[in-house]
Design a protein around this ligand. Structure first.
Ligand code: G6P
Length: 354
């Protein structure tokens, strides 16, 4: 054993470390007494306008985080760091948040440096204490996921999502969402439940000969779909794409066949769910197999060939849970194909050149 604690790969070990990593992220930051969120590193943070800059998986966390902040009434946008560094949008009153597991990604550092040069307040949201980004930004907010060895980010993505919830809460004192806070407290246990009961391995097996894998979702499940597809590409080398479910009919539907399974993440039973179920019916009519990742609040399961369950919880937290099921599907697909899971070809854990 080389530190894998009996797991075949670091990636699987790190997927299984998520309950502990998330407990660490929350520890001391959510009051046991009144549910208030306090993150001492953030001080009395006031956010008027937020630009989240990131690359890769961290960009997907940034897209998720921007929605949380907007829901909290704060104007927020996610940007690819490599675009932002060259052409930042108007920056007045903006806090620029670099989202980077390593804190060393050259593209993201270029963006936070450009933001500093233009006079913006900067915040590093990172896993790595003392990293270049943590040192250079005005403030650092650590996600406390512990070391991640597998090139494909797993527990750090869940940690970023969780920390972004804390950031949104900390930035709106008094307006806190009690249901969210209690859902965050239950999050590590809910992740454990998925790890104990997931049928992702049999889903991976069912579609091992697929031509392509598609992932669809709306709202907070859109970045989850992007991340589901990225994970699949990175470690299985199979073609995969994530789409905003509403975009399907505007192009990607032409790619859908009986050999392109569609992973639809549908949580809650609101308008997002209803509309995504409409998309599920559209792909079914083209003979595509459907895997629903769902909390069972809607009837999407009725239209699916397979269901991957997530416990019922707050919608923001549901998107963290759904991603865990997709991590497992990618992992088992890559394992069955015999890929180099922890060190995929052509990729590096941290890309320190632009
Ligand atoms: C590399 C890794 C990705 C990661 C990205 C951003 O490309 O292969 O897994 O998401 O860098 O890394 P960061 O450390 O900035 O989160």
């Amino acid at each position: 054993d080389t530190g894998k604690s009996g797991y075949d790969h670091f990636m699987l070990k790190e997927i299984h470390e998520q309950p502990r990593a998330l407990r660490q992220c929350l520890r001391g930051r959510v009051s046991e007494l009144d549910g208030d969120v306090t993150v001492p590193e953030l001080g009395d943070i006031e956010l008027e306008r937020v630009h989240l800059v990131a690359a890769g998986t961290s960009y997907h966390a940034a897209v998720y985080g921007a929605q949380l902040l907007c829901d909290a009434g704060i104007s927020a946008q996610a940007h690819y760091a490599h675009e932002y560094a060259i052409s930042p949008p108007p920056i007045e009153n903006a806090t620029v948040v670099g989202v980077s597991q390593s804190g060393e990604t050259a593209d993201t550092l270029a963006a936070t440096r450009e933001a500093r040069r233009l006079g913006a307040e900067t915040l590093a949201l990172t896993n790595t204490v003392g990293s270049t980004m943590a040192r250079e930004c005005d403030k650092a907010f650590y996600i406390r996921s512990g070391p991640e060895i597998g090139v494909a980010a797993t527990k750090t993505f869940a940690g970023q999502q969780t920390a972004l919830n804390l950031l949104a809460e900390a930035a709106t004192p008094g307006a806190g969402d009690r249901d969210l806070v209690s859902a965050l407290r239950d999050l590590p246990g809910n992740v454990q439940e998925i790890l104990d009961e997931s049928t992702a391995e049999s889903v991976a097996e069912a579609y091992i000969d697929a031509d392509s894998y598609f992932f669809i979702g709306r709202g907070l499940n859109f970045p989850v779909s992007l991340e589901g597809a990225l994970k699949m590409k990175e470690i299985s080398y199979e073609h995969a794409e994530g789409f905003a479910a509403g975009e399907l009919k505007h192009g990607p539907l032409a790619l859908v066949t009986a050999n392109t399974p569609v992973f639809a993440t549908v949580t809650g039973d609101g308008e997002y769910a209803r509309k995504t179920i409409g998309n599920v019916k559209e792909v079914e009519a083209r003979d595509a197999p459907v895997v629903a990742v769902t909390d069972g609040r809607s009837n999407v399961g009725r239209y699916a060939d397979h269901v991957l369950d997530v416990p019922q919880t707050h919608p923001r937290v549901a998107a963290i849970l759904a991603n865990v099921q997709l991590q497992l599907v990618s992992y088992y697909t890559a394992a069955m194909l015999g890929r180099s899971i922890d060190k995929p070809r052509n990729l590096a854990k941290s890309v320190t050149v632009e």
